[in-house]
Design a protein around this ligand. Structure first.
Ligand SMILES: NC(=O)C1=CN([C@@H]2O[C@H](COP(=O)(O)OP(=O)(O)OC[C@H]3O[C@@H](n4cnc5c(N)ncnc54)[C@H](OP(=O)(O)O)[C@@H]3O)[C@@H](O)[C@H]2O)C=CC1
Ligand SMILES: CC(C)(CO)C(=O)C(=O)O
Length: 343
């Protein structure tokens, strides 16, 4: 389901970008310094977020390699990546591979797997990273950068970005964009340059000294709505009209804020306004957790309400309402179609 508030779905005005460049695999170079030309990117996890940002960067002339699953890679190799937005529908030639070794030579790796796959993705790229290569997590959840660091070690540059976008894969090699598309980046030696080059590619970005607070704000929003929307398979506008739902959401938010405070997080936004704003601005939207459950995919719940419950337990903050959401979604996950068909 698309976030109908943000933008209409792009019309089918099939506008194709000419194949001015053949897709090229990233070439192995002595990769201990940033490229003096445009930064070279790799995307680990060519799903909707990675394909969206990767496509804009490739269109702007950056060398970009997508690492993804075979069906997406085959489609991208055959036809380029199809990006459909409210205003355009384009195919962009872009290098794609199923082999993580193809990231060799990247200055920046955009890690855009789901939070459930963070460590395994980090392990797969590790042998192919340059000493200077920045691994930037483009994920929901507040500890992906730490988890990547725990695999790659303290010497590898690693940072978390906050991703404000609404995208979905519509089919192999076909990404749909529904709204926004901006990034908040952590300070790093390459961040100012990244901001400039991202802007030139049509990706608004800012450097923030409080990415953690912004990630936590997103986490609180996710904890407020995602499980609830998943459990009843209903969009946010419907949820908030149900008797008692606003109180339940308030209770979820209060627990999250108590954990955040105990963690010493400086929240980046007026969180109550942000939580209310979601139902008002995305009334027709189902949460990503609801969509994952509906498709029989594992959800990121362990990194949303699950994170609050684990950190709450460690910090002696009670989180019974988040725990209820977590346990209910876990139960629904065990009932998902493929799980049910397993012996
Ligand atoms: N979509 C959105 O609008 C937004 C998403 N986010 C966050 O961004 C992150 C990415 O989300 P999204 O792009 O929607 O997720 P997707 O599931 O669309 O993309 C992740 C892709 O990575 C693939 N993948 C996982 N592990 C590997 C691997 N080792 N090698 C190759 N490919 C791999 C997955 O394949 P498979 O499914 O087969 O495992 C999947 O195709 C999430 O944390 C999400 O919460 C944040 C803001 C908005
Ligand atoms: C902001 C929100 C709640 C929008 O659906 C989201 O991030 C999600 O579904 O995971």
């Amino acid at each position: 389901m698309c976030p109908s508030h943000i933008a209409g779905i792009g019309g089918d005005n099939d506008r194709f970008i000419e194949r001015t460049r053949e897709p090229t695999a990233m070439t192995a170079t002595a990769h201990d310094t940033y490229s003096s030309d445009r930064l070279r990117f790799a995307v680990m996890g060519a799903g909707s977020v990675g394909c969206y940002f990767g496509t804009l960067l490739a269109r702007a002339g950056h060398q970009v390699t997508l690492i993804g699953r075979p069906a997406h890679v085959q489609a991208i190799q055959a036809r380029g990546l199809r990006l459909q937005t409210a205003t355009e529908d384009i195919h962009v030639p872009i290098s794609a591979s199923t082999d993580p070794a193809a990231i060799t030579g990247a200055d920046v790796v955009l890690l855009s797997v789901k939070s459930t796959d963070t460590e395994s993705a980090a392990r797969q790229i590790q042998p192919h990273l340059g000493a200077h290569t920045l691994v930037l997590t483009l994920q929901n959840g507040v500890d992906n950068d730490e988890r990547v660091r725990s695999v790659l070690g303290p010497r590898q540059p690693v940072g978390a970005a906050v991703v404000y976008v609404a995208t979905a894969m519509a089919g192999p090699g076909h990404v749909r964009h529904y709204g926004r598309g901006d990034l908040l980046l952590p300070p790093s030696p390459v961040s100012e340059r990244l901001v400039r080059e991202l802007a030139a590619a049509g990706i608004p970005a800012q450097v923030s000294s409080n990415v953690r607070g912004a990630l936590w704000s997103k986490l609180v929003i996710n904890c407020a709505y995602n499980a609830l929307s998943a459990i009843v398979q209903k969009p946010y506008g419907w949820l908030v009209q149900q008797d008692g739902a606003l109180q339940l959401i308030d209770n979820l938010v209060a627990e999250c804020l108590a954990v955040a405070q105990a963690e010493g997080v400086e929240m980046a936004d007026d969180i109550h306004a942000a939580v209310q704003g979601i139902a008002a601005s995305m009334p027709g939207q189902l949460s990503s957790t609801a969509q994952d459950l509906a498709r029989g995919h594992p959800s990121e719940i362990e990194h949303l309400n699950g994170h609050i419950v684990r950190r709450g337990a460690a910090l002696s903050v009670a989180t019974p309402v988040n725990q209820a959401m977590l346990v209910l979604v876990r139960m629904l996950e065990t009932l998902r179609p493929e799980a049910a068909s397993r012996p």
